[in-house]
Design a protein around this ligand. Structure first.
Ligand code: SAM
Length: 360
């Protein structure tokens, strides 16, 4: 599947939309808010502050980040009895993201911020969509002060080339880099991650001003071992199993399943650090890993909708829309069983703050 043209979270505001089914991503944002605001206050000293959220999707999560950043920067200026800045906010995602739903939330968001800061002049907040692939340039040189990206960078730019060798899958029976995958699969995924992440850093280094900062958080592995089981994969494991049940029910062919792989890679902190040093434009202000153990607190149906909102576009594109309902019914059922059996289910996220250094 061509990620840039076809990958998107479930659109709209309905029952199965991303907007209604992203509580885990909201938790991530809340848990990294303090470090995000501290970094924003350090980076945003200009008269016109330009910030970008990359992989913004279409719910309220992205606007809550921006809202808090703007509030914190204004607070800092007030404390220093300085004039409030004007804000230029760019919301980036792939072109097929539901920007219409997101934009429909913008007037209320801007109005709220204006009302809060209406003490002689108010503030100006301009919001613009920036559709495009973050594994490449999106903005003019030295035009941004602060960048955020949450729960997005574990998506690669594409499925690693080489997973299908002359139509033959080298990752048979698996739909991601799972502990059961052969070593070649881990190598192919790692190489794709290296290329993508280098491109991401290189692009951002050109777009940020010197001293500009970038805060991002996404799913990571807890050890350097590429075969480590990342707990979040319980959700992927169950998806894999559900698809194989559909094969046994003849709703999906075995060949179709064998040729399906997700462009998902959860790096270790060591791998990330290596990439940052190798690219050379950033200093690492902070890099932490945190383990959240909340997945089992959610009802299986909620978790099923959560996964569906993220991966439905992959499934429809590869297998066809007709398998969506039976697939996610099976998936919900499997999650009910798995969640009863394993209470210590969670996911591990990496939180990184980078600062654009002078010499790059
Ligand atoms: C799980 S959502 C996270 C959305 C939001 N940041 C949040 O925390 O709720 C991941 C988003 O990253 C976007 N994304 C993935 N790869 C991308 C790329 N190469 N360029 C831009 N956006 C991308 C997806 O389209 C999706 O909207």
């Amino acid at each position: 599947m061509d990620m840039v043209r076809n990958f998107h979270m479930a659109q709209g505001l309905g029952e199965t939309s991303y907007a209604q089914n992203s509580p885990l991503q909201k938790e991530v944002i809340e848990s990294v808010m303090d470090i995000t605001l501290r970094s924003a206050m350090e980076a945003c000293a200009a008269e016109t502050v330009s910030i970008a959220d990359l992989g913004c999707s279409s719910g309220r999560n992205t606007l809550s980040v921006v809202e808090n950043v703007i509030r914190a920067v204004c607070e800092r200026r007030r404390e220093a009895t300085q004039q409030l800045p004007e804000f230029m906010v760019f919301l980036n995602d792939l072109p097929s993201n539901d920007f219409n739903t997101l934009f429909s939330l913008v007037p209320e968001f801007v109005q709220k911020l204006k009302a809060e800061h209406d003490d002689g002049g108010g503030i100006l907040v301009s919001v613009a969509g920036a559709p495009g692939n973050f594994y490449g340039r999106l903005f003019p040189s030295s035009s941004l002060h602060f960048i955020t990206s949450f729960t997005s960078l574990h998506w690669l730019s594409q499925v690693p080339a080489g997973l299908l060798n002359n139509e033959e899958s080298v990752n048979k029976g698996n739909i991601y880099m799972s502990p059961a995958s052969p070593p070649l699969v881990a190598t192919l995924y790692f190489e794709r991650f290296q290329k993508d992440f280098n491109m991401f850093l290189r692009s951002r280094s050109q777009e940020l001003v010197v001293g500009g900062k970038m805060v991002f958080s996404f799913i990571g592995r807890r050890s350097h071992d590429s075969h480590e089981k990342i707990n979040e994969c319980l959700l992927l494991e169950a998806l894999e199993k559900s698809l194989s049940i559909l094969v046994s029910q003849k709703l999906v062919t075995e060949e179709k399943l064998d040729s399906f792989n997700l462009p998902f890679y959860a790096p270790s902190t060591q791998e990330l650090e290596d990439q940052v040093y190798r690219e050379g434009s950033f200093t690492i202000d902070s890099m932490k890993q945190a383990h959240d153990w909340t997945i089992h607190e959610y009802a299986p149906k909620m978790l099923s909708n959560f996964s569906r909102a993220i991966i439905e576009s992959f499934i429809c594109h590869h297998f066809g829309e007709e398998i969506i309902e039976p697939l996610f019914e099976t998936y919900t059922q499997l999650l009910c069983e798995k969640l009863v059996a394993r209470e210590d289910i969670g996911w591990s996220k990496i939180i990184v703050v980078l600062c654009k250094s002078a010499a790059s």
